[in-house]
Design a protein around this ligand. Structure first.
Ligand SMILES: Nc1nc2c(ncn2[C@@H]2O[C@H](COP(=O)(O)OP(=O)(O)O)[C@@H](O)[C@H]2O)c(=O)[nH]1
Ligand SMILES: [Mg+2]
Ligand SMILES: [Zn+2]
Length: 283
């Protein structure tokens, strides 16, 4: 496992953290949290020589969906999309984009809705929990500081490696603290690199007592799904994929074609997300 901070990284070698730099034009890179890497230790400090093939990779579109993919977390088993019932407001279309990125990266996905203790639109949240639960995603509603909620999230993770993603302020760091006992700064660590506007973060997996690990990723204001084909996009909506079996034409993109079986069989909001994303990836 690796923790990346700009030009250097902390690599765990047989459980011992070793500071390391990167070889130029790192094969398989850039390295991100969760990567397994080959390290040369002969030089006193480590040199990361290559990134090993990834089992899963969570990534996002850089600047836009049509731009290149930016890797975020490698080798996580589970993506936990964290969204607040209120403050910031619950945005299902944002949740959908994260789920698409998770499915695309080969991760299992789940939804945790926090801040249920705050005043919120109970009907909206209940409906959302129903919609995502019907798709097949585990849904947990509660509060980040509530031990019962934390216990349910811990059970969901089991012994796996989970990435917590979502808007800034939804409770990712609070949950991470509850799950691991490690208090990271509230508000994600981000630093300026060079003099450009490019910022980087150094998320890392933190082990949970009793097994499993979580990585608390930086909250983003806008989340773009990574570049992908329409087929991959449909795969990111399992219920649309399932309903598509009834479409008249093979290769139907469910964008309003004759004989499309998807509208009426899936949640209108989810279909809206799918169509917006389809428009964003098809030029
Ligand atoms: N009332 C309430 N406050 C919460 C909850 N989760 C997080 N907060 C608060 O919301 C703020 C942002 O939480 P933080 O964990 O830093 O969110 P992050 O940006 O997603 O990491 C902090 O002041 C937390 O105490 C929750 O479930 N209920
Ligand atoms: Mg945070
Ligand atoms: Zn269709």
């Amino acid at each position: 496992m690796i923790r990346v901070a700009g030009p250097s990284a902390t690599v765990h070698v047989d459980g011992t953290p070793v500071e390391a730099s990167f070889t130029p034009r790192l094969p398989g890179g850039p390295a991100v949290a969760g990567d397994r890497v080959d390290v040369d230790l002969r030089a006193g400090t480590g040199v990361v020589k290559a990134v090993r093939p990834r089992r899963t990779l969570l990534s996002r579109g850089e600047f836009s969906t049509r731009n290149r993919a930016r890797p975020l977390v490698a080798n996580a088993d589970l993506l936990i999309v964290v969204a607040a019932a209120a403050d910031p407001p619950f945005r299902p279309r944002f949740v959908d984009r994260y789920l698409v990125a998770g499915e695309f990266g080969g991760l299992d996905c789940a939804l945790v809705i926090t801040k249920m203790d705050l005043s919120h639109d109970a009907e909206l949240i209940a409906r959302a929990a129903q919609v995502y639960g019907d798709v097949g995603y585990p849904v947990i509603t509660g509060s980040s500081d509530d031990p019962g909620t934390v216990a349910r999230v811990r059970d969901l993770i089991g012994g796996r490696a989970a990435a917590l993603c979502g808007h800034s302020g939804v409770g990712k760091s609070s949950l991470t603290r509850g799950l691991t006992g490690v208090a990271r700064a509230v508000g994600d660590v981000s630093r300026r690199v060079g003099k450009g506007r490019h910022t980087t973060t150094d998320p890392r997996f933190i082990p949970m007592p009793g097994g499993g690990a979580v990585v608390d990723t930086a909250g983003v204001r806008t989340f773009y799904v990574p570049p992908m084909d329409p087929e991959d996009l449909a795969h990111g909506f399992p219920e649309i994929q399932a309903a598509a079996a009834g479409c008249r034409f093979r290769g139907c993109r469910h964008g309003g074609e004759a004989g499309c079986a998807v509208p009426g069989n899936v949640s209108p909001g989810r279909l809206d997300s799918y169509r917006r994303l389809l428009a964003s990836i098809v030029t």
